[in-house]
Design a protein around this ligand. Structure first.
Ligand code: GLN
Length: 199
């Protein structure tokens, strides 16, 4: 895969793992710590971590407006776990800063407190070799509780959507950067290529 830089929002969370995965995919990843660095990016990953912490740091750093603006211009964004929460318009409980870019409601820590993490083999629509299950790692994961018409679910676990796409935005409840399976990152990199070809 050739092309420009894929940013990984580096305020909090699993930044290094995504950079390693991008490298394995042959893409150029770069940690993004300042809003101005978004201008160099052809795509952006918002990693897992703690969505309330990421939200606060986004508010503080002037990132909120910058991210919304670049997203509206069509920057492809892939949010994983806490990143999925950040992309959502609503959470089922409480209030916290969200980017609100995808028309969906998410339930945080949806699998309960007693279930810290688990793995599951899931079918993911649209990735290469899609009949072959993807080993998904869930860590204090959310699920998508409701989504609007423009949001397409790509993967379900126990009847709940856990990966979904809305145009140039992709959100997953699990952590594809923690496995050796590159297919979901490659799917996102294809979205980035598609976007470049449109522009
Ligand atoms: N439970 C975290 C949150 O609500 C997300 C966990 C994760 O990103 N692994 O932000």
């Amino acid at each position: 895969m050739s092309g420009g830089v894929i940013g990984v929002l580096a305020l909090q969370g699993a930044v290094r793992e995504h950079l390693r995965m991008l490298d394995a995919c042959g893409a150029r990843g770069r940690a993004v710590k300042r809003p101005s660095e978004l201008l160099d990016c052809e795509g952006l990953i918002i990693p897992g971590g703690e969505s309330t912490a990421i939200g606060l740091l986004i508010m503080r750093g002037g990132f909120l407006e910058a991210l919304r603006e670049t997203a509206v211009k069509g920057l492809p964004i892939f949010g994983t776990c806490a990143g999925l929460i950040m992309l959502a318009r609503r959470v089922t409980e409480g209030s916290q800063p969200l980017l609100g870019l995808m028309d969906m409601t998410v339930r945080r820590n949806a699998y309960g407190r007693q279930v810290d993490s688990f793995e599951a083999d899931l079918r993911v629509r649209g990735i290469e070799d899609e009949e072959r299950p993807f080993r998904a790692v869930f860590i204090r994961a959310p699920w998508i509780e409701e989504m609007g018409e423009g949001v397409e679910p790509l993967c379900f676990h126990q009847g709940r959507a856990v990966l979904a796409r809305q145009g140039h935005l992709l959100a997953g409840a699990f952590h594809p950067e923690l496995t050796d399976d590159r297919r979901i990152h490659r799917y996102f990199l294809r979205m980035v290529e598609e976007r470049k070809n449109e522009a």
